[in-house]
Write a protein that binds this ligand. Structure first.
Ligand code: PMP
Length: 433
């Protein structure tokens, strides 16, 4: 089933470090597979296996792979050049559009990846407030840079390097000195947050969070949690940053902030905004964003707002807006159809599962718990079974992310749903094999 991919992986290790181009692609079974094409909801590997794809490039593919309208627009733009080392009209049109659709966006800065835009948000927050500490939350991933990749797996005993606030590094080579002044605490617990604020408020520049914790089994904020955090930030002159790299364009065009009606000071959008083209943006309040000015906070990037990436993003927004309410309703319906059936099947087979999701994102955990509220709850689920399940689903031609997060695209069809439900049932049956 995977013989060509296995052979290819052996070969690729001779040239690519570790055989991959991102650490997070190392995890797949039986080796990281090699793919040859993707269209709509399907992904094809070099062995000819065709998967219904719910990994969707770890999120970006909202319309489906290779959407014709986006490709046509990009193709048309190619002959006009890719990079000018200067401004262009599409970039301005796109920025205007973004200020109309994202509640917190009074000004926009483009970058190429989520990590870069988060980095800009951290530097801007420190520059604007003249304070140094950034508060983040256990289990939340904001990028792979030295000052971002902390406190993601705080209970993992292998991580023994900590900064002076007790926040753990995640990678060899990450020095406490380059990751100082980052504190990580449990999310969704307002009392822990209040205690931390009390202790550090005079040094706290920003609080950064995924407003819905998609990187850990899709955890929704408890009632009033975000509203309380918003209030605390305003009272203490702390910048509130929403990392909407996953939630952006996957729940509503305006992100989780539109859906939950809480407006941060700064936010980062990436993955979903450009149909797989590499565009991210930092958006926020004018008075803060205007610190990205001459002789103040510096942010650069040769490839920022390339013609091709901005054309792809503008077209993606146009397509979603053309569908009016139908777009997000349909994604919601697909999620509900799948997850309702999954629950029914698991119940029949006496297997305890928990599914948490919103919009076009969901996660299945193997646990008796009916609700998971934080990273600790997630760690108490049966992660071994979860990994086995992901592998079995792949053998049954359904691809989900290595963490077990499912993404749905506008290209997923009723036939896909039926096939997925069948594969789900089959995969549960062979969990013990
Ligand atoms: N923030 C969040 C919430 C993410 O999920 C990710 C990527 N998984 C990032 C930031 C980093 O984005 P990128 O991989 O584009 O650097």
């Amino acid at each position: 089933m995977y013989s060509k991919s296995k052979k290819q992986f052996k070969e690729s290790k001779k040239y690519l470090a570790g055989g991959v181009s991102s650490h997070f692609r190392m995890i797949f079974h039986p080796v990281p597979l090699t793919y040859k094409s993707a269209k709509g909801s399907k992904l094809t590997d070099i062995d000819g296996n065709i998967y219904i794809d719910y990994a969707l490039a770890a999120g970006p593919i909202v319309l489906g792979h290779a959407p014709n309208e986006v490709l046509r627009a990009v193709k048309k733009s190619l002959k006009n050049g890719q990079l000018y080392y200067g401004q262009h009209e599409t970039e301005i049109k796109l920025a205007k559009k973004i200020t109309q659709i994202i509640p917190s966006a009074e000004r926009v800065r483009f970058a190429s990846t989520g990590s870069e835009a988060v980095h800009a948000a951290i530097r801007l927050s420190r520059g604007y407030t003249k304070k140094k500490i950034i508060l983040k939350f256990h289990g939340q991933y904001h990028g792979w840079f030295d000052n971002q990749m902390l406190g993601i797996n705080p209970l993992n005993k292998n991580n023994k390097v900590y900064n002076s606030y007790g926040t753990n590094m995640e990678s060899m080579g990450q020095l406490p000195s380059s990751a100082e002044d980052i504190i990580s605490i449990p999310w969704n617990d307002i009392n822990v947050l209040k205690k931390t604020i009390k202790k550090y408020k005079k040094d706290l520049a920003a609080i950064i969070m995924e407003p819905i914790m998609c990187n850990t089994c899709v955890i929704l904020p408890k009632e009033k949690y975000l509203e309380e955090v918003r209030k605390i930030c305003t009272q203490n002159k702390i910048i509130l940053i929403f990392d909407e790299v996953i939630t952006g364009f996957r729940i509503k065009l305006g992100g989780a902030q539109e859906h939950l009606n809480v407006t941060p000071d700064l936010s980062i959008f990436a993955k979903g905004i450009a149909s797989g083209f590499s565009l991210s943006c930092l958006v926020g309040k004018k008075k803060i964003m205007d610190f990205l000015a001459m002789n103040k906070v510096i942010h650069g990037g040769t490839y920022n707002s390339s013609v091709l990436n901005t054309v792809a993003a503008l077209k993606t927004i146009e397509i979603i807006q053309k569908q009016k309410n139908i777009f997000y309703k349909r994604l919601d319906i697909v999620r509900k159809k799948l997850t309702d059936e999954f629950y029914k099947i698991a119940k029949k087979k006496n297997i305890n599962i928990n599914i948490q999701g919103i919009g076009s994102i969901f996660h299945i955990s193997f646990t008796e718990k009916t609700i998971l509220e934080n990273h600790k709850d997630y760690l108490e689920t049966d992660l071994n079974t979860s990994q086995k399940f992901i592998r079995k689903m792949q053998d049954n031609k359904i691809r989900i992310t290595g963490r077990g997060t499912w993404f749905i695209s506008y290209a997923h069809t009723n036939t896909d749903i039926k096939k997925t439900i069948k594969s789900f049932s089959k995969s549960l049956d062979c969990l013990n094999n």
